[in-house]
Ligand binder design. Structure first.
Ligand code: ZN
Length: 226
């Protein structure tokens, strides 16, 4: 069997012979039926929380929770770098966390300048947590490793800060994932770069991430590549 490159968080990636991609959808963009025919995650992004009230968000979430292609709730989280009301971001994040707990799905978390508040929240979460676009330094990374988080490296790994390179070396391989997010960079390139930084082979990372995927999503069977 051929092991694919897993792209755990993408807004425009495609499944191909080589790649298994989890599409990240903005909840409000999902059609009226709520049916999606590819693996996906969905949530109201912190950037969009001011546009919908909690009743509307709940109604949108209810349409997708039974979809067998829904793998995770996200991206959701806290972003102090955007103009959205921060209190509203917390409310919506909380709503998503409660849903993830209720339906036992992992959370894909978006964090910008909000780690101080996020760490205690993360400590209370009881489903797998994927930190998308991760590029933080050693101290925070240590805390997040202790909390059992998964770390998804993306385009920032191509031009990493010295502190992120240091942090990468302490992240257990069993907690590592990769993503393209909103970039057009091929996922292979990110695996290749991190393999170089860690001085391991791309093959080893591919196999490890494949295993990590099934630890996070144990109900998934063999990945269907199209
Ligand atoms: Zn994203």
């Amino acid at each position: 069997m051929k092991i694919p490159f897993i792209d755990i968080h993408t807004h425009n990636g495609q499944n191909s012979e080589e790649t298994f991609a989890v599409q990240s959808l903005f909840l409000q963009d999902i059609g009226k039926t709520g049916v999606v025919n590819f693996p996906f995650s969905a949530a109201i992004h912190p950037w969009h929380v001011d546009k919908y009230n909690l009743v509307e968000i709940n109604q949108m979430l209810e349409k997708i929770i039974a979809d067998k292609n829904l793998l995770a709730i996200g991206e959701t989280g806290l972003d102090k770098g955007c103009t959205s009301n921060y209190e509203r971001q917390k409310e919506v994040f909380n709503l998503h966390i409660e849903l993830a707990h209720a339906i036992h799905k992992p959370l894909i978390i978006h964090a910008v300048k909000s780690w101080n508040e996020l760490v205690p929240i993360i400590a209370q979460i009881r489903v797998p947590i994927i930190l998308h676009g991760y590029s933080q330094g050693l101290n925070l990374t240590r805390q997040l490793i202790d909390l059992g988080c998964y770390f998804s490296a993306g385009k920032l790994a191509l031009n990493p800060s010295a502190s992120f390179v240091e942090a990468l070396t302490i992240i257990p391989l069993k907690s590592l994932l990769f993503e393209t997010d909103d970039s057009m960079i091929p996922i292979e390139k990110i695996y290749d770069q991190v393999a170089g930084l860690l001085n391991v082979s791309v093959e080893l990372l591919k196999n490890q991430v494949y295993e990590n995927y099934f630890t996070i999503f144990p109900e998934s069977r063999e990945l269907e590549l199209k």
